[in-house]
Design a protein around this ligand. Structure first.
Ligand code: MN
Length: 239
């Protein structure tokens, strides 16, 4: 089987030389390549007639991590730590809805997990520590990205449970926002010990699944390699 084409959403950064660049961290790219996919970059400022052409040809879409989503998209509570990249919202929210409508296999990671929830009508805590009583520390940006931060309990009977094949797992945690109100059609598939939702999926789609943690930094764990593998396989069946 030829490698499925997997689009990965990218962000804008400034290089050390001061040049504007479009970037995807290598961990995402390597995880897709190692799982048997052929990655394609989706630039954040691609107009709709561009991303629609891409979506027609892609076998799967990976919504990557990054900045916070603009509060206007979910009537979010302002907080001084909120840091947005509006050009990504403008592309990713409609792209996610279009991918789900067309039943193109979709994997969301961190920001991508939040994009899935907001695009489908859910809301977010804009700073977990101040808004979720008794919250654990979920923002471990000052530690190596593979650091295991907290456990998750995986809901039985979900696609995620079938893939991970472990009811309880330790995961990394590199986020300060999280799901407050779950979008109507989404099912919660994993929870942190403080009750925060860490996994979601659309049960009626071929593969529309997202996680709040960063499996691309945990590929030394067989379960996380399997997550990418199953995503790329679903994309392959869609090719
Ligand atoms: Mn977490």
């Amino acid at each position: 089987m030829p490698r499925p084409l997997i689009g990965i959403t990218a962000r804008h950064v400034k290089t050390e030389g001061g040049f504007s660049a479009v970037r995807i961290l290598r961990a995402y790219v390597s995880a897709i390549v190692d799982a048997g996919g052929a990655p394609i970059l989706i630039p954040p400022d691609l107009p709709e007639d561009g991303w629609r052409v891409l979506l027609d040809r892609l076998d799967g879409v990976l919504f990557s991590g990054g900045a916070d989503i603009g509060l206007e998209h979910f009537d979010g509570q302002p907080h001084p730590t909120v840091d947005v990249e509006p050009v990504r919202d403008a592309l990713e929210l409609p792209l996610l809805r279009a991918a789900v409508d067309a039943d193109v296999p979709t994997l969301g990671i961190c920001r991508g997990f939040q994009v899935m929830n907001v695009a489908l009508g859910g809301t977010l805590y804009t700073h977990i520590l101040d808004q979720l009583p008794n919250a654990l520390q979920h923002d471990w940006h000052d530690k190596p990205r593979e650091t295991l931060a907290h456990s998750i309990r995986v809901e039985e009977g979900t696609r995620l449970a079938e893939i991970l094949d472990a009811p309880l797992l330790q995961v990394n945690s590199l986020h300060h926002q999280g799901i407050k109100g779950l979008a109507p059609n989404l099912k919660a598939t994993a929870y942190a010990p403080d009750g925060l939702i860490e996994g979601i999926e659309l049960p009626d789609r071929k593969f529309a699944l997202a996680v709040q943690w960063h499996p691309e930094w945990m590929t030394s764990h067989e379960e996380m390699r399997r997550l990418f593998k199953r995503f790329v396989e679903a994309a392959g069946r869609n090719a």
